[in-house]
Ligand binder design. Structure first.
Ligand code: ADP
Ligand code: MG
Length: 315
């Protein structure tokens, strides 16, 4: 083997070349692709190959672009059943984390009812670069939704492989410098959830439940699923607990209160937060104005959950 630096001389993108070898007329370069888009990545690769092949005595050039993905923490948001506020919590938690300075991506993986485009108030479609989806920006986060990939009103009666394939496309998208990826899972504990958890290996899961017993027994099943899959349950959020009368301010508890906290204690899972049943949350969400992005008491509530989650993750 010869001294590759002498033989190959100065190459383009020197600052990215991590190692160079020359053996039997074959040049092998290992190149750091950090921060490059898919298009730039292949441009750098092509330029290096051409430059190496232009040197005398080089018959072949092998360019290895190293995995440039930063390490990412994936957090799955699950629930035993639909309608408990899982998507609302996912969107607002993602925004609250971003407002705390984290780079956050949100994946709407709910094959049965993708709702993030509505919640985030944008019907922008993701673009793609070399088959890789580029997420849409909204309220300081990046997001992708299955709802962006099918026409509105199109029933997402996807089963098994089709759903799994579409979800894989969202997971493998160009999430850039996102450190945290929040995944809004489909409700329940079926096959789609199972294969998603198996493939994406979340660092942890958060379970959303309403306070009443029926919903809680579903939440327990969700906790069991994550336990079985060895995904740590980071906490339970009790949603739609206290209702403050908009006229007199009197608190009432239409779905009961405290049930999720008791259940969390019984299951040995952290209790993350209790969110009120709030007309403001419902109205703002339906209008595509996530409360976490706009300030006020509801934003503070989501910020407190974000703070607690970051604390749990740090341990
Ligand atoms: N804390 C809350 N107060 C009032 N309405 C809420 C609250 N959380 C969710 N909602 C409303 O309940 C409905 C279902 O919420 P969603 O997040 O879509 O549930 P899921 O994703 O679990 O099916 C939506 O109309 C949403 O605006
Ligand atoms: Mg939902």
């Amino acid at each position: 083997m010869t001294d590759a630096r002498d033989e190959l001389g100065e190459l383009p993108h020197e600052e990215r070349i991590r190692s160079r070898r020359l053996s039997g007329g074959i040049a092998t370069l290992i190149v750091d692709a950090t921060g490059l888009s898919a298009a730039d990545r292949s441009k750098v690769e092509d330029e290096l190959r051409l430059a190496a092949l232009a040197r005398p005595g080089i018959d072949d050039a092998r360019i290895a672009m190293t995995a440039a993905e930063p390490s990412r923490t994936l957090i799955a948001i699950g629930s035993g059943k639909g309608g408990v506020g899982k998507s609302t919590v996912s969107a607002n938690l993602a925004i609250a984390l971003a407002r705390r300075g984290k780079k956050v991506g949100l994946i709407d993986a709910d094959v049965y009812g993708p709702s993030q485009p509505t919640l985030l108030g944008t019907d922008a479609k993701p673009t793609a670069e070399q088959e890789r989806l580029i997420p849409v920006d909204a309220h300081g986060i990046k997001f992708l939704s299955l709802g962006q990939l099918v026409s509105p009103g199109h029933a997402l009666a996807w089963r098994g492989p089709m759903a799994t394939g579409a979800l894989a496309k969202l997971m493998e998208a160009d999430w850039g410098d996102s450190e945290l990826l929040i995944v809004d899972l489909p409700p329940g504990t079926g096959d789609v959830q199972l294969s998603l958890i198996q493939r994406s290996r979340p660092a942890g899961a958060v379970i959303v439940s309403t306070p009443q017993d029926l919903s809680l027994s579903d939440a327990r099943r969700a906790v069991d699923l994550f336990n079985k899959m060895s995904v740590p349950v980071l906490g339970i959020i009790e949603n739609m607990a206290t209702y403050l009368c908009p006229h007199c301010g009197e608190p009432s508890h239409p779905f009961g209160t405290g049930g999720a906290e008791t259940a969390a204690r019984e299951m040995g899972v952290p209790f993350l937060a209790r969110l009120p049943l709030s007309l403001a949350i419902r109205e703002a969400s339906d209008a595509g104005r996530p409360p976490a992005a706009t300030g006020g008491p509801d934003a503070e509530a989501f910020d407190a959950i974000a703070a607690k989650l970051l604390e749990v993750l740090a341990h």
